[in-house]
Design a protein around this ligand. Structure first.
Ligand code: EPZ
Length: 428
């Protein structure tokens, strides 16, 4: 099992380059199933969720090749059966995108229940609502989702609440349906816009992505293209918070500053300097961190995927901060790990009350999910002493070369491979 060992207390200094967006790339990779010709994706992050999506496509018969660093060639014409193998599909949430793309192409799809970070109950009722609106039926067969349609006819889809995944899947199912589909109460995340841009570059007719009403006129044919994924707003935000937590001075390169506005605003509220340039943001600290209140919202609000990282920062701020995460049932499982480092946090349902303690202390902790793992790294970088983080496979799902990138900023972080049965003797 791999672990990270971090010796904290060193301010991060220098420049870091952001990779392609995980939550855009997993959707774009699934969307290649809809393309009638070979296509190429560039700026794809080298992360395990992408590797798994590539393996699933290959197991289904597609020709998928890494042709250069972060560049992948897809030819999905040889996929014959709309059936996703169980083993990999159950390890990530993004596998549910194969439901929409296989349904959109074959009018049929058999996909195991999606997995992904344990953030509480994560049903797909809104995804199925979208498919049924277009004429599909759904069933559970041998524990997997099965959807089928004689034909897909454009219709109005009104989501009960904003959902990224269901918005993506509605687009997948509608893009080749007959006639017009109107999605109301759509998610507006940057990765929704990226998907629409990718499909439109192939010849789809999708308008309004990035607003809460998306109109899709079905087309018959999608031509091959080469397309570059947008930069990852959450990876960028994670490095912004890490710079603030270590009282560092960091330029985060290859970003779209507009995607980071809610994160930049919150950091400024805490007394952190954030300077925006065309394709980078500069983050530095020259005063004590101030408390703030935070409520996660769908885009353009503060992203839930930044909540664990920002809450970790607030454990070091002066005063009491309140963090509310309404998006998921339970996104505070990492709090128990932060308490091992001296954090003073109480959680009641979807609200955390954080008493700033000034300085965390290194300790052995676990990553409980992807963004919680990133939060443990931030805590370790800022803490006094040594922090050991296990279960780092969660972190590798969404951060390309995070230890290498942090070392480039002066962090003392080491990846070690330890047999499961020994503890690391920590010299403190
Ligand atoms: C996507 O998950 C992201 N994952 C998540 O990122 C992100 O936290 C989330 O969107 C919100 O931005 C990927 O893109 C692969 P939702 P998704 O549908 O699509 C409930 C990360 O760290 N819901 O917007 O699953 C759901 O349970 C990951 O990168 C239903 O009840 O999120 C949740 O409470 C974690 N029924 C809320 O809505 C449905 O049919 C928002 O879910 C769909 C969702």
């Amino acid at each position: 099992m791999e672990k990270f060992i971090i010796r904290g207390g060193k301010p991060l200094k220098g420049t870091v380059n952001i990779s392609g967006a995980k939550n855009a790339a997993v959707a774009l990779v699934a969307a290649t199933i809809l393309c009638d010709e070979p296509c190429v994706l560039e700026n794809v992050p080298e992360i395990s969720d992408i590797t798994k999506c590539m393996k699933i496509l290959r197991q289904m018969g597609a020709d998928v090749r890494l042709t250069d660093k972060n560049t992948i060639y897809f030819d999905t014409k040889n996929i014959e059966k709309p059936v996703v193998p169980r083993e990999l599909a159950e390890t990530m949430r993004a596998s549910c995108y194969f439901l929409g793309t296989l349904l959109g192409r074959f009018h049929e799809a058999y996909v195991p229940m999606p997995g992904g970070c344990n953030l509480g109950d994560r049903p797909i009722d809104q995804h199925l609502k979208a498919f049924k609106a277009l004429g599909a039926s759904d069933d559970i067969i041998n524990g997997a989702n099965y959807v089928k349609a004689d034909s897909l006819i454009g219709n109005q889809i009104y989501f009960d609440f904003v959902t990224v995944g269901a918005t993506m899947n509605a687009i997948f199912a509608a893009v080749k349906a007959k006639g017009m589909t109107v999605i109301e109460n759509a998610a507006k995340e940057p990765h929704i816009v990226d998907l629409a841009n990718f499909l439109n570059s192939m010849g789809a007719d999708i308008r309004g992505a990035g607003t809460d009403v998306i109109k899709i006129r079905g087309v018959d044919y999608l031509k091959g293209v080469t397309y570059a994924t947008i930069p990852d707003q959450i990876e960028a935000g994670t490095y912004m918070v890490a710079a603030a937590a270590t009282k560092g001075d960091v330029v985060i390169n290859n970003v779209i500053p507009k995607h980071l506005e809610s994160i930049s605003a919150k950091l400024r509220k805490c007394g952190v300097h954030v300077e925006e340039n065309d394709e980078s943001v500069h983050v530095w600290v020259d005063a004590p961190l101030q408390k703030t209140s935070l409520k996660t919202m769908p885009h353009p609000g503060f992203p839930t995927d930044m909540q664990p990282q920002f809450s970790t920062l607030l454990t070091m701020a002066d005063g009491t901060s309140i963090v509310t995460d309404d998006i998921f049932d339970n996104r505070f499982r990492y709090v128990a790990e932060l308490r091992k480092m001296g954090a003073d946090i109480s959680v009641d349902g979807k609200v955390a009350v954080i008493q700033g303690v000034g300085q965390l202390k290194g300790a052995p902790v676990s990553a409980t999910d992807l963004r919680a793992g990133a939060a443990m790294i931030i805590a370790g970088l800022a803490a006094d002493g040594i922090t050991e983080i296990d279960n780092i496979h969660y972190i590798e799902r969404g951060y390309e070369s995070i230890d290498t990138k942090l070392k480039g900023l002066g962090a003392d972080i080491t990846r070690v491979v330890k047999p499961d049965n020994t503890d690391i003797k920590l010299s403190v």
